[in-house]
Write a protein that binds this ligand. Structure first.
Ligand SMILES: NC(=O)c1ccc[n+]([C@@H]2O[C@H](COP(=O)([O-])OP(=O)(O)OC[C@H]3O[C@@H](n4cnc5c(N)ncnc54)[C@H](O)[C@@H]3O)[C@@H](O)[C@H]2O)c1
Length: 325
């Protein structure tokens, strides 16, 4: 088996999660790590027997990489992708793919012009419970869905700034928007209300909203609501989505799916790690050219991003927004 040389951009928490999964795979060499600080890159690279870089161009000129993982904050997208597209290097990019939909729209055009292989980190799609739920829902008449991401505020500074993260709905709750689209198809219209209630009084420099609710109408007529907050302390909170159908309820969260009908309640769990399955699908596509196992590529993730950003536009203007991809 040919050894693939992989680069990682970003040296934060999630780069390390991907790096650990990658080095456990057969035929993979984690060759290079690049962050905005050369020092941190070299530290992380040393741990994995890789070379550290403080500049993306320098890494791409010095190395012959088969694929790159991009794990940077939402505001740092753009030039990194452009450099990879220019050189025809396949990439897996962490969600969200930006803080708005204009930059991703431009990048998508360049990706399509090159027919470049991409994958986006909507890892919940790789849970077995997600596939089962999608299948079950395709056999039932769905009326509505209620989703939520209720938790605390991440400690990193960029997350608290609108121009850093895009806000909670774009940064975190996007996973729930993506599950809704994965299971039921496209969104036609959104109407959102956001507010600042607690976090700006507890911490300095909090620009993002800390409560929000978004009503969505889907092309198939289903009505949904996805709400979020980041005001909760400690480990209090939950995230997930519940679908209400003519046959009962399908209640999903990242660790299990509960199917409730009048006669029976059945619970399904996830036997595999979705991040590992996601990486295996991407690496297999890089190796063979067969991308059929990738469940979220850039073109698909772009649609999730458009919906999440439209919600922000709606909250800012007070008007419902019709979705245009
Ligand atoms: N799919 C998931 O479950 C999941 C989980 C956690 C994080 N994420 C996503 O991963 C991304 C990164 O999150 P994190 O928790 O690792 O963040 P982090 O703050 O811990 O690390 C971000 C890293 O990006 C680097 N960086 C910033 N700008 C850069 C640039 N222009 N060029 C090169 N490197 C740059 C920083 O040096 C830092 O090492 C976020 O978009 C986040 O939403 C996804």
């Amino acid at each position: 088996m040919k050894q693939l040389q992989i680069g990682i951009i970003g040296t934060g928490w999630f780069s390390q999660v991907h790096a650990d999964n990658l080095i456990a795979m057969e035929g993979i060499k984690l060759q290079a790590v690049c962050g905005s600080s050369l020092d941190k890159s070299e530290q992380m690279a040393m741990h994995y027997g890789a070379t550290g870089y403080g500049d993306v161009t320098a890494m791409l000129e010095a190395e012959k990489l088969d694929a790159v993982y991009i794990c940077v904050p939402p505001m740092a997208h753009g030039e990194i992708e452009e450099k990879l597209i220019e050189r025809g290097i396949p990439f897996l990019v962490e969600k969200p793919i930006g803080i708005n939909s204009e930059l991703p729209r431009r990048l998508l055009k360049q990706i399509e012009e090159k027919s470049l292989l991409t994958s986006v980190g909507y890892h919940h799609r790789y849970n077995e419970t997600a596939a089962r739920m999608k299948q079950l829902l395709s056999e039932q008449k769905v009326g509505m869905a209620l989703g939520q991401w209720m938790g605390g505020m991440p400690g990193v500074a960029w997350w608290r700034q609108q121009e850093g993260s895009g806000g909670q709905f774009i940064e975190q709750t996007t996973h729930i928007v993506d599950m809704l689209r994965y299971c039921l198809g496209e969104v036609k219209e959104v109407y959102a209300m956001y507010g600042q209630r607690v976090m700006h009084e507890q911490h300095e420099n909090v620009g993002v909203s800390d409560v929000g609710t978004v009503t969505l109408k889907l092309a198939n007529g289903v009505i949904a609501n996805i709400s979020n907050t980041c005001i909760l302390p400690g480990n209090v909170g939950s995230s997930g989505i519940t679908f209400y159908t003519g046959e009962g309820m399908l209640d999903w969260n990242p660790s299990r799916l509960k199917v409730v009908t009048p006669n029976m309640t059945t619970e399904y769990s996830n036997p595999t790690n979705p991040y590992v399955v996601e990486s295996e699908a991407f690496i297999n596509a890089v190796r063979t050219g067969d991308s059929s196992q990738i469940r979220s590529d850039y073109a698909d993730a772009f649609k999730t991003q458009v919906v999440a950003y439209a919600a922000l536009e709606s909250a800012n203007t007070g008007l419902p927004i019709r979705i245009q991809y």
